[in-house]
Design a binder for this molecule. Structure first.
Ligand code: SAH
Ligand code: SF4
Length: 357
């Protein structure tokens, strides 16, 4: 495989300070990268030409090329990127609406969330997931993770100091790429950069319990979301084969050890599949399983794609399931099908584009 060129987005400010001298130049470059979203060295006007030429020989500035964009009526925009080796990943721009008062005053500005990918493909191999079908190709570098957020903010003219949330829920298993993931989290947190605190970043995992512990000990202040999807190990192993090694019990224990902001809850994602896990018996077991944890359950409609044996659940079953959880003291929401008209679930835009080629 061709050697990938490193990229300026791979570095924390401290690391960049070791690379470019004098150190104030590193701060200036950080400003160009994260406040101006510069995508060429030429744009960096106050950086000496010789320094830029030297950097350009070794480092890319922008590792992410947008090759497709699909916009939905609700403001969701799905992006497909091509990486320097031609591989492809997706990211999604999600908009929660402005809240306007009756008198026309803005109560709350729209909130934005970016859903990013962490790997090309995925090793976990979940039976319901389109990303899993193509197998695993490679980890994304820290710069390729960071580059998705920079590219989406640039494309949406979103000022650097406007608040944004990041969810690691795109393609890949974030905890299987822990080193680059945590590096990206740190780069996002940089005060001189995007200054996105850990609180605004949520790592979604299929449940590598040992890595949940490792992430916890790093104390980055991030949230975790657990893709639980089943309440028995038998069904969970059918859906997520890796459950054999990291079963439900081990995940629950790891969650209990994870440092969580006292005002926050751990999110459990529960993908609802018709006639598989949408019955009240499962809801009952879920309540029992999560007792003693400050949990929040997010019910997700299975999003079908050609060739899958699974089906989308009925609205009524979903609603009854949610009601049961709420009645028994759990916070439970149903994920609204944002961008359902634009190939919503992870991996589906890439799949569509690949099959058209
Ligand atoms: N690997 C991580 C994060 C990426 S997957 C994880 O599994 O948590 C992000 C979310 O998309 C997961 O909750 C996953 O269950 C969900 N997902 C995957 N395929 C889906 C489908 N066909 N319909 C709806 N959600 C899906
Ligand atoms: Fe990987 Fe998550 Fe898809 Fe499972 S759901 S295959 S862990 S990306």
């Amino acid at each position: 495989m061709r050697q990938l060129k490193p990229c300026l987005l791979d570095f924390t400010l401290k690391e960049l300070t070791h690379l470019v001298k004098p150190s104030f130049r590193a701060k200036q470059i950080y400003g160009w990268l994260y406040h101006q979203y510069a995508d060429s060295y030429v744009a960096m006007k106050n950086i000496p030409k010789a320094m830029k030429e030297e950097l350009a020989q070794i480092y890319l500035l922008n590792p992410m090329k947008i090759i497709r964009k699909e916009e939905s009526d609700d403001g969701t925009i799905k992006y497909l990127f091509e990486l320097q080796d031609g591989k492809r990943v997706e990211a999604v721009w999600l908009k929660m609406k402005d809240e306007i008062h009756e008198d026309g005053k803005l109560i709350r500005e729209a909130k934005y969330t970016i859903c990013v990918s962490t790997q090309v493909g995925c090793k976990v191999g979940c039976s319901f997931c389109l990303t899993a079908k193509g197998g695993f190709t490679r980890d994304l570098s820290a710069g390729e993770i960071v580059g998705q957020v920079v590219a989406l903010k640039r494309d949406n003219k979103h000022r650097h100091n406007r608040k944004i949330n990041i969810v690691y829920m795109g393609m890949g298993e974030p905890l299987d790429n822990l080193e680059n993931l945590t590096k990206a989290i740190e780069i996002f947190r940089e005060e001189e950069g995007l200054a996105i605190s850990g609180k605004r970043q949520t790592v979604s995992t299929s449940g590598l319990s040992n890595k949940i512990d490792q992430l916890g000990t790093m104390d980055l202040g991030v949230h975790i979301a657990i893709s639980l999807h089943a309440v028995t190990d038998e069904l969970r192993t059918e859906l997520i084969p890796m459950n054999k090694a990291h079963n439900i019990g081990s995940i629950i224990e790891a969650v209990k050890r994870f440092p969580i902001d006292t005002r926050k809850r751990v999110m459990f994602e529960y993908l609802v599949i018709k006639n598989k896990n949408d019955d009240l018996g499962s809801a009952k077991k879920l309540v029992k399983l999560l007792s003693g944890i400050k949990a929040k359950v997010n019910l997700i409609y299975f999003n079908p794609y050609p060739g899958t044996p699974y089906e989308r659940p009925n609205y009524e079953d979903m609603f009854v399931f949610q009601e049961y959880l709420i009645k028994h003291g759990l916070l439970a929401t149903i994920r609204d099908s944002k961008g359902i008209d634009i190939s919503a679930a992870c991996g589906q835009l890439k799949e569509k584009t690949d099959s058209e080629l």
